[in-house]
Structures are given as structure tokens and as C-alpha cells.
Design a protein around this ligand. Structure first.
Ligand code: NIG
Ligand code: FE
Length: 402
């Protein structure tokens, strides 16, 4: 007897198991049990069974989208800063004048956990309605232990309440808090001696991230953060080469980071180091677009080197108030020259790899999570082609229609 208790039929599947094509199966069927895919193939090859049949009624099924880089828990908003930038103020100048990330820190410290939850839930529901079934959420607007913990607890409870796989990342090394102005090293002491150890012991983070940039932390400071993360067995990621080249991605590769993210100013040597280390390049077209950046990440070089490229929303109140991962797939194609196949890989299997979930998420495969989306489309390329609209017909998470 086949080992599934529900069988989904009535669609074509883009399994994403191959790196060369969509891994298509026409007129496919997916059998699920205990939240996992236990059978997958053409409906014509289905064995005899007594399972419940659910007909999705046409369209294409893909792995649920994986948004591997978000900051969706935060207090307040930065629409006033957006208006300042439209009038010519730069992101860096606003940050140096005490606005930017630090202004969100004030609003996040002042917000209750309930208020943070309610605001973040709306943003997460928007991402989910557009096909996301797995999401990463960073802290980084607390910059003290109490508020970093508050953010991560809110993120964990979002994952418990909503039908989504949610991974949390401690981004205490995101910016220098106001009370440590001019004392970045002393703040890194706090991050390494108090914040990361307490968060690791409480089991609140699945990974550790940092921001390596002129307006944030140096390579040497981030190296201390990485050493601390590894001492607590936490995998690492990095925001690097977003506004300038500091060589953070080379450091990330040396430390076998899961991913290095942004990468507009990535050097060739660091791209090569990422290829050798297997560090995923997370491309964030929303931040590039919203900051009117003109320097493009070196996509063709990353492609030639075989560096897996993921695409994420970077949902945050400053550089990327983005609520659609599919829109990011369109921008990756239109702005950066991704193919629609690469864009879907970026929002599925490579996104999962950037979270250390490449063995369980991001592909339709026996043994993988039964997380998939049925889309109202004729061809997979439409997922990158349409801007906006309601393409999701059904979302299935852990084997259940949600
Ligand atoms: O990924 N680059 C640093 N962090 C975020 C932006 C955070 C903010 O502006 O609030 C990013 O772009
Ligand atoms: Fe970010």
C-alpha cells in the first residue's frame, strides 16, 4: 500500500529538483502523510490507494516560496524618511543624523510585544497570501537584550500562530545603539558577552547575522560576532557589500556562512571565495530599487562561478518596505537579468539553502515538507512576469490546505 493518506491531483508540477529546468511533471500527483511528501509523479503512475483525493482544479504547483531575509517585526514606520530621500537625502546621511535604523530602534523599544505582533502579523499575512510558506525573521531593532529577546519571541509566536515555517535570526549587530554612540567595540562586547549567549541559551535564534558596512560594523567587529555564534553552534549570515566594499563576504565565506546578502559592491575575489565555501548569495532587489542604487550585484559572475543565488523581500521599514516576494522575482529578472527559472530557484530551493533548510524545504521531493502552492498560471515563467494580482489558488502547508 502506498504510504500517503491524502493525494493532491489536478495540476502540473514544477518540482525544482533539477538546477537546469523546472523539473516539470505534467498532470502530476503529490501524496502526503504526516506533513511530508511521500509520493510524487504523474497521475497516470499512481498506485492503487484508498487515500483522500483533493483535486486542485488546474494550474501549476511549485514548492511554497521561501523568503530567506526579512526584518518584518518592527515598531513604527519610516514613511517620513522615504519622503526625505525622495527630496534628495541619502540613506547613509539619514543614518548618520540619528535617523534610519536607529529611529526604528526607538519605536521598537517603545512598542509592546502585542503591538509588534499585530503589526508584523499583517505583513506576514501579505507575504503568505502571495505564496510564501517559509520565512526568516531577524531581530536587530532592539540592540539591547530585552528588546532583541522581545522581537525574537514575537517572531517565534508568529510561527506558532500562522501556517508558515518560520526561522529566527539574531541581528543584534545591526547598528550602533544611541547609548553606545562612538563606542562600537564596546557594543560588540555587549553583543558577544551578553546578547548572543542569552539568546542562544533561551533557544530564541536559529542563526546569527550582522551588518558589515561603514555605517555599521567593521570586518574585525563582525569576526568577533561570528566567533561567538559558532561557539554557541549557531549558523551565520551577513549583510555585506550593500553600500560599499568592506570585504564582509570574504569573511563570511571564510566562516562558511550560510549566506551573504545584498552584494552590490561584491569583489571578484570574494565571489570566488563564496563559490568555494558554498555560501549562498542572497539578492535583495527591493532594497536596490528603493534606495535608487545604481551599482548592480555581479549576477553574471556569480552565475559563472556557480554560486547559488536566492531572492528575498528584505521586508523592513527603511530600505525595503516590501510585501511581495513575487514582485522581487520580477525585479530580479527586469533589473538584474535573472531568468524566470533562476528567479523561482532563488525563491524556493536556494532560499531554503540560505536558511540551512536545503534538505527539507524548497523542492517537491519525497521526504521533503509538504509545503506547496497551486498557482493560477499556464507557465511557471508567469510567476516572474505578472506584477501584483492574485495568482495563488491554494496554499498547502505541512500537507494541509490553509
Ligand atoms: O537589509 N542593511 C541593513 N539592514 C536592512 C535595512 C534596515 C533598515 O533600514 O531599517 C537591509 O536593508
Ligand atoms: Fe536586511
Amino acid at each position: 500500500m502506498p504510504s500517503f493518506d491524502t493525494i493532491y491531483v489536478g495540476f502540473h508540477a514544477a518540482t525544482m529538483v533539477s538546477t537546469k529546468d523546472y523539473g516539470p511533471i505534467e498532470n502530476a500527483a503529490i501524496g502526503v502523510k504526516h506533513g511530508q511528501i511521500t509520493w510524487l509523479g504523474p497521475v497516470s503512475e499512481l498506485p492503487n490507494h484508498t487515500a483522500t483525493i483533493i483535486d486542485l482544479g488546474g494550474g501549476w504547483v511549485t514548492p511554497g516560496l521561501v523568503d530567506c531575509h526579512t526584518h518584518l517585526v518592527f515598531g513604527g514606520d519610516r514613511s517620513a524618511e522615504y519622503e526625505m530621500r525622495l527630496q534628495g537625502a541619502s540613506y547613509q546621511a539619514i543614518a548618520k543624523a540619528g535617523g534610519g535604523i536607529v529611529s526604528t530602534v526607538t519605536d521598537t523599544r517603545n512598542a509592546s510585544a502585542e503591538a509588534l505582533f499585530t503589526a508584523a502579523e499583517k505583513r506576514l499575512c501579505a507575504l503568505m497570501a502571495d505564496g510564501v510558506t517559509c520565512v526568516e525573521v531577524k531581530s536587530g531593532y532592539g540592540l539591547d537584550l530585552v528588546t532583541e529577546e522581545k522581537m525574537l519571541r514575537v517572531a517565534r509566536s508568529l510561527g506558532e500562530k500562522l501556517s508558515v515555517t518560520l526561522q529566527t535570526t539574531c541581528l543584534a549587530a545591526h547598528a550602533i545603539p544611541p547609548e553606545y554612540q562612538g563606542q562600537a567595540d564596546a557594543y560588540i562586547d555587549l553583543v558577544c558577552e551578553e546578547i548572543i549567549p542569552a539568546i542562544a541559551k533561551a533557544g530564541l535564534a536559529d542563526a546569527v547575522d550582522g551588518f558589515c558596512e561603514g555605517i555599521a560594523f567593521s570586518v574585525a567587529q563582525i569576526e568577533r560576532v561570528f566567533d561567538t555564534a559558532l561557539a554557541f553552534d549557531l549558523p551565520i549570515k551577513l549583510h555585506a557589500e550593500q553600500l560599499s566594499n568592506l570585504g564582509g563576504s570574504g569573511l563570511a565565506a571564510r566562516y562558511k556562512a550560510l549566506s551573504s546578502d545584498h552584494l552590490e559592491y561584491l569583489s571578484d575575489a570574494d565571489a570566488k571565495a563564496m563559490a568555494i565555501a558554498g555560501t549562498v548569495a542572497v539578492i535583495l532587489p527591493g532594497a536596490f530599487f528603493c534606495l535608487k542604487e545604481t551599482k548592480q550585484p555581479p549576477i553574471q559572475r556569480l552565475r559563472e562561478l556557480g554560486v547559488p543565488m536566492a531572492i528575498a523581500s528584505d521586508c523592513n521599514p527603511g530600505s525595503a518596505p516590501v510585501l511581495s516576494l513575487r514582485l522581487m522575482m520580477n525585479m530580479a529578472c527586469t533589473l538584474f537579468g535573472f531568468t524566470p527559472l533562476e528567479a523561482l530557484q532563488g525563491a524556493t530551493r536556494h532560499g531554503a539553502q540560505a536558511l540551512g533548510l536545503g534538505h527539507s524545504h524548497g523542492q517537491l521531493k519525497v521526504g521533503y515538507a509538504a509545503d506547496f502552492v497551486c498557482w493560477e498560471i499556464q507557465k511557471p515563467a508567469e510567476l516572474s512576469y505578472w506584477l501584483g494580482g492574485q495568482l495563488v489558488k491554494h496554499r498547502v502547508v505541512a500537507g494541509q490546505i490553509t
